[in-house]
Design a protein around this ligand. Structure first.
Ligand SMILES: N[C@@H](CCC(=O)N[C@@H](CS)C(=O)NCC(=O)O)C(=O)O
Length: 345
């Protein structure tokens, strides 16, 4: 370990200890990994309810793609995917709550943008879902693509990239629209459902779920146009590099697991494998867990808890779910998509 990283680690430990001593739930600074271990629970910020990403099941358990990412981190760090405390956050409050240290990690359909890193002091630890913004339109409107939306009434949630992209899209195409803004996704949806708007605009992934929530889903269509790039991923505070590294590599491990053919059902075979890259993944070789501040088998624990990226995707968003969203861009790089994780070596 270099001198710089030794100092960084020592500093991180001191800050965590000081934060513990004064009773903070999480230090808004370095030391998040130590704080999570001491507390024995990961504090994860999620959405207030987004089909497929983070929502409560009928038994009241949090489920979804973003929820599973929190569980994979908890499994890697604490050895138990149940040791997560979920905080539902609106789009408007999510970044402030993270900055204030009230959550360790934000896993909430948040788009990676320059402003959110440069101006808010946050860091995106990677991309878990490559999304893009679209429109859900009433079929009765008779519109088949977004360029026919001139003068439409559009429902949108405030405090999102969605609102800005909407303005850009209409301006760039010399069209006008009437914006109806709401403080939450639920209110924007209700307004669309009750006929206050012709279209609802959100990330495409969310629109598929919203369509199914309509009393008559067949009366609305998701238009084919994708008007923006919305790279969704987990967010942490930018002043805690060791924690950022842990979160980033949990994402890479889940993607690499799929690429290596490691899943929750093959993980026991992986533990016996002689393949060098699989042995590095399981921690049998390489000893990378130590550098992260985790156990040698941190990646095994994550995959045992949630499965690989493919399993998480299929269960929550893909063929195994109500949403049935094709993998598309979120396919591995060697399968026609853009998921490309650096190797565990
Ligand atoms: N990805 C976009 C939009 C994220 C977002 O919050 N979208 C709203 C709808 S436009 C949502 O999903 N809300 C769910 C909730 O408020 O719980 C961003 O990061 O700003």
């Amino acid at each position: 370990m270099s001198k710089a990283s030794r100092i960084h680690r020592r500093y991180a430990g001191l800050v965590a200890a000081a934060a513990m001593a004064i009773g903070l739930s999480a230090p808004a600074g370095a030391g998040t990994l130590e704080a999570v271990k001491q507390r024995g629970t990961l504090n994860c910020g999620v959405s207030e309810g987004l089909n497929g990403f983070s929502d409560k099941d009928p038994q009241g358990n949090w489920v979804g793609f973003d929820v599973d990412f929190c569980r994979a981190v908890a499994a890697a760090v604490l050895g138990d995917p149940q040791k997560v405390s979920f905080t539902p956050l609106s789009a408007g409050q999510r970044f402030e709550v993270l900055k204030a240290g009230k959550v360790d990690l934000l896993s909430r359909n948040s788009s990676w943008t320059l402003g959110r890193e440069a101006e808010l002091g946050l860091a995106f630890a990677g991309i878990t879902y490559h999304d893009g913004q679209g429109f859900l339109a009433k079929r009765a409107l008779g519109v088949e693509d977004a360029l026919k939306l001139d003068k439409a009434k559009v429902c949108v949630e405030a405090g999102t990239t969605t609102q800005f992209n909407l303005a850009d899209f209409f301006r760039a195409n010399s069209m006008t629209y009437e914006e109806k803004t709401f403080p939450s996704a639920a209110e924007a949806f209700a307004a669309f459902q009750s006929g206050q708007c012709d279209v609802l605009t959100r990330d495409q992934s969310a629109l598929h779920g919203e369509r199914l929530r309509l009393a008559k889903p067949s009366e609305a269509i998701v238009l084919p146009d994708v008007i923006s790039k919305e790279p969704l991923g987990p967010v942490v505070r930018s002043d805690d590099f060791p924690w950022f590294t842990v979160v980033k590599w949990v994402n890479f491990a889940l993607i690499n697991a799929e690429e290596l053919g490691i899943s929750s059902s093959t993980i026991d075979d992986a533990l016996k494998s002689q393949k060098p890259d699989v042995r590095r993944f399981t921690g049998a070789e390489g000893g990378f867990g130590k550098g992260l501040g985790l156990d040698a088998d941190w990646a095994v624990k994550a995959v045992k808890a949630t499965g690989s990226y493919a399993e998480i995707y299929e269960r929550n968003l893909g063929a195994g779910s109500k949403l049935g969203i094709p993998r598309g861009l979120n396919q591995l790089w060697n399968m026609g998509g853009v998921l490309y994780a650096p190797p565990l070596r």
